[in-house]
Design a protein around this ligand. Sequence first.
Ligand SMILES: NC(=O)c1ccc[n+]([C@@H]2O[C@H](COP(=O)([O-])OP(=O)(O)OC[C@H]3O[C@@H](n4cnc5c(N)ncnc54)[C@H](OP(=O)(O)O)[C@@H]3O)[C@@H](O)[C@H]2O)c1
Length: 257
Amino acid sequence: MFDAIVAGGNALIQGASRGIGLEFARQCLAEPRIGHVVATCRSPQDATGLADLAAGHPGRMTVLPLDSTDEASIIAAAAAAARIAPRLHLVVNCAGVLHDAARGMKPEKRLADVRPESLARAFAVNAIGPLLVARHFEPLLAHPQRAVFASLSARVGSIEDNRLGGWYAYRASKAAQNMYTRTLAVEWARSRRNVICVALHPGTTDTDLSRPFQANVPAGKLFGVDYAVAQMLGVIDRLQSADSGQFFAWDGERIPW
Ligand SMILES: NC(=O)c1ccc[n+]([C@@H]2O[C@H](COP(=O)([O-])OP(=O)(O)OC[C@H]3O[C@@H](n4cnc5c(N)ncnc54)[C@H](OP(=O)(O)O)[C@@H]3O)[C@@H](O)[C@H]2O)c1
């Protein structure tokens, strides 16, 4: 694993307080080829899992505040990260939202469930957030070594794959995120040729995000975070420049847009 990542390379895990992001931070720290791990989350003071990880790896991880809907916090985190890890070799955007009881947000079953507030929130976190992370962390990717910029998307964001309907906000925000990923890959193929920019689908994974819907998941199809992240790190490791601008599932299968 990590053969393609330059020895001593640095990783940024955005949205690392829990779920898949926390596991990305854990597995990056377990990999000796990774130099420093910058983990960001909305409320570091509440992120006990990250605090435990940092305590177990003194000097190898920094936790920074970053709310992906607050551009000022992204700018501040990028400035702080630049002082700690001026070159990044892996960026993984994990922050995402499907439901949020505090905001009355739940996946829509039908048109009558659509709420503008939920649409806007899904777009802010799932689509605009990763693009603003690219915008403000780009200087840390401006180096000659291989780097991967990956955003956690979801198969339900594939327009071609949409046969079930529903989940208007989540589906459309992930489709928008996919378009941003593709557009960024086109630009970086010209201006940042060292960076491979992809969307990743983790498979249905046992986290707070999927928990209300796990009853519908066929037996054996619900991944633990450890398996999903190990699979995605394998995909990341095998990426070639020609793969930039594509959408990959956990098993390396290309998903249609
Ligand atoms: N689990 C699955 O089955 C599945 C399937 C397909 C795709 N995905 C995608 O995988 C990614 C990770 O999902 P997960 O399953 O790990 O979900 P999760 O356990 O619900 O975690 C979501 C993460 O996003 C963070 N977050 C939410 N809003 C944020 C914001 N405004 N700024 C910064 N961080 C924010 C949360 O931080 P707080 O702790 O501060 O709330 C949390 O760390 C998401 O993009 C999701 O769409 C997951």
